[in-house]
Design a protein around this ligand. Structure first.
Ligand code: FMN
Length: 335
């Protein structure tokens, strides 16, 4: 069946059908192959890589290229690149086509000084004509849809998201993801969902809304408020893949949380190796543990071990302890 007439796709990115409206956000350090695969299986409908520096791709740096690893089951896969230079972005994108991404996204939202300050990431928002040139040259040269992830503007005095969104839509872009904050706000302050609605009304390509989705119920609330096609979830999905099953954390039984921790830890170890996998897993684990009641010594041991056998032993003990509240201390409540 041609994707263009696929009746059950939620929306199309160019010719790529997307099934489902909840999407794990690109998050450097979190949205790696193991966690993306887990979230995709739980219902996230697209896999975005974290942002990758075009210069590092062109230098064939192994660390950068590794960020582009993905599993076939993750498709559709979006490679996200960042740079301030049009030609480098194009060359870097062309040089990773052999890895067969489904979609190529340009990061126009990173607020970190070393990125935005040199005109990449959110720095691109200051130059909508450059945005238009980048999207135009990439969408003409690449055989895959080209998309952009933007913020509302550089700061309070430059809310130019409609101009930027039109620059993307009018020059061949196939989708816009809107993190509804400015670069100045970084990750605090309320996301402005009215701005997402305004972008959706202004362009005819699909729009993904992003910002302040913490709970499963927020997904439909954002869709209703903004009419956006998809909802992207960042921090609210850390330690909480169940959000993609439209379930709230408190609805997930402890045994299921423990089983998911075990699975995620094993996936980290098989991808990164035992020591690195468990060390990198700690920032996820801290968030999973917020939903569990865990003995303080078990928590400390799980967050410090570099042995998978020891980690699994702690998890098994945790499973046995469930139902013996006298031996447990209360975990921190979910944020
Ligand atoms: C740790 C972390 C890393 C991030 N890395 C990226 C990234 O690589 N690319 C990107 O477009 N956005 C990145 N973001 C921004 C998120 O994709 C998202 O836009 C932002 O967190 C707002 O969504 P939220 O309120 O659901 O967290 C990152 C955010 C966090 C917290």
């Amino acid at each position: 069946m041609s994707p263009a007439v696929d009746p059950i796709a939620s929306f199309l990115i160019g010719t790529v059908p997307v099934y489902g409206d909840a999407i794990l956000a690109p998050m450097d350090g979190f949205s790696d192959l193991p966690y993306r695969s887990l979230c995709r299986e739980f219902g996230s409908s697209l896999s975005y890589t974290p942002f990758v520096n075009a210069m590092e791709i062109l230098a064939r740096q192994p660390r950068a290229l590794r960020l582009l690893d993905f599993l076939p089951a993750e498709r559709p896969v979006v490679f996200q690149l960042f740079d301030s230079d049009e030609e480098r972005l194009l060359k870097a994108a062309q040089s990773v086509l052999d890895l067969q991404p489904d979609i190529l996204d340009i990061n126009m939202g990173c607020s970190v000084r070393s990125v935005a300050g040199r005109g990449a990431g959110a720095g691109l928002l200051r130059d909508p004509r450059k945005v238009a040139r980048i999207i135009s040259s990439l969408s003409r040269a690449l055989p895959v849809p080209v998309t952009a992830k933007i913020r509302l503007g550089w700061d309070d005095r430059s809310h130019n998201y409609l101009e930027v969104a039109r620059a993307v839509a009018d020059h061949g872009g196939s989708l816009i993801a809107v993190h509804a904050r400015t670069r100045q706000q970084r990750y605090s302050g309320r996301a402005d969902w009215d701005a997402i609605a305004a972008v959706k009304a202004a362009v005819s390509i699909p729009v993904i809304g992003n910002g302040d989705v913490q709970r499963a119920e927020d997904i439909q609330r954002m869709r209703q408020h903004t009419s956006c096609d998809g909802v992207m979830i960042g921090r609210g999905a850390i330690g909480n893949p169940w959000i993609f099953q439209q379930r709230e954390r408190h609805q997930v039984p402890s045994a299921e949380i423990v089983a998911t921790i075990r699975r995620h830890a094993q996936a980290m170890v098989s991808y990164y190796g035992e020591r690195d996998g468990l060390v990198l897993f700690r920032k996820h684990l801290v968030r999973y543990l917020q939903s569990l009641t865990v003995a303080e010594e078990t928590r400390a041991a799980m967050l410090s071990t570099t042995s998978l056998a020891a980690f699994e032993e702690h998890l098994s003990r945790q499973e046995r302890l469930q139902g013996s509240p006298s031996r447990l201390t209360r975990g921190r409540p979910p944020r």
